[in-house]
Design a protein around this ligand. Structure first.
Ligand code: MTE
Length: 304
């Protein structure tokens, strides 16, 4: 296999990664689990996070060289190849809509108040492949609460950076730009919903959605919008990129569901990157116990 190191990964981050792996092995032998602080040091080394899967994490090189990020190119390797173009400094995030404390925030404003923790999550792409990714970041709910959403905030929408120089894929229009996604407020506030700022103990690489991305592990990967610059609280269900572009194939909810086929293929099985035999796809990507109640009484075929 061709092993590439993305050009935006600096030497100290690679060192951190090696240290991180050793630390993980160490904590594993203790039967422990690490929560990493901003310093990268374990904060807690006992008990197992209720949020992390036991599945074996996908190797780092696969996670950062097999991506969907059409702003950095179509094809799985293009995002890594173009990663250096996505400069993440300066970066700001605009928060507006139905909230008491809107504003434009620097990346530091957004990230600083939140202690970093680790979540090992399954990611299931609607195309039929999956990975297991050790993310670092913090719960989305903690971030959203800071802006004091009003009672009219029924949904939250997110937008990716719109900038043709930093996002060369935006020179063409396979979909309308910017990439947008959205969640119902109760989904956004669910403890599994996460903002990732790193993976495998290193700063999030550009191709993975630097400097901050959403991760919603029970939904198809397209909900996990990358490189976020805007968060808006809204009353009505927001338009989201793929559901606008191809509404009969990609729904707003996008809950992983082996019972509901994509119009052009089955969703019963998935190929875990690095594995030979296909696996059965699990309802809500294996998180049914935690999230199924969010959808009680809903027809999940109609609301796919
Ligand atoms: N976010 C933006 N802005 N642009 C994209 O093309 N692709 C989505 C999602 N977030 C995408 C995006 C899709 S289809 C998937 S499967 C995941 O990112 C892939 O995340 P990964 O490349 O980190 O595995």
């Amino acid at each position: 296999m061709l092993i590439k190191r993305p050009s935006d990964i600096r030497e100290h981050e690679v060192t951190d990664f090696a240290l991180y792996q050793r630390r993980r092995e160490f904590l594993k032998t203790l039967g422990g689990f690490a929560l990493l602080g901003a310093s990268g040091l374990p904060l807690v080394a006992h008990g197992k996070s209720a949020f992390s899967t036991d599945d074996e994490p996908t190797p780092y090189d696969d996670i950062v060289n097999y991506n969907n990020f059409i702003e950095l190119g179509t094809g799985k390797e293009a995002p890594a190849e173009n990663a250096a173009l996505l400069k993440t400094s300066p970066w700001s995030v605009t928060v507006d809509g139905e909230c008491a404390k809107p504003g434009q925030f620097t990346l530091e404003d957004i990230l600083k108040p939140h202690p970093t923790e680790e979540r090992i999550y399954r990611l299931r792409c609607v195309e039929g492949w999956s990975m297991v990714i050790p993310w670092q970041g913090f719960p989305l709910a903690a971030l959203l609460k800071r802006f004091q959403p009003t009672s009219k905030a029924k949904y939250v929408s997110f937008e990716t950076l719109l900038d043709r120089a930093r996002m060369p894929g935006q020179k063409r229009n396979p979909i309308g730009w910017p990439y947008t996604e959205g969640l119902r407020m109760d989904e956004a506030m669910h403890p599994l919903s996460f903002i990732a700022t790193g993976l495998y103990g290193a700063t999030l690489p550009a191709q993975s959605g630097a400097p901050l991305r959403l991760v919603v592990p029970w939904k198809y990967g397209y909900k996990s919008i990358k490189s976020i610059v805007r968060i808006r609280f809204v009353e009505q269900q927001p338009a989201t990129s793929w559901s606008v572009e191809v509404p009969d194939e990609y729904g707003f909810y996008a809950n992983v569901n082996p019972e509901v086929d994509h119009p052009r293929w089955s969703q019963r099985k998935e190929r875990r990157i690095g594995e030979f035999l296909k696996r059965e796809t699990l309802p809500f990507n294996g998180y049914a116990e935690q999230v199924a109640s969010l959808y009680s009484g809903m027809d999940l075929r109609a609301n796919f």
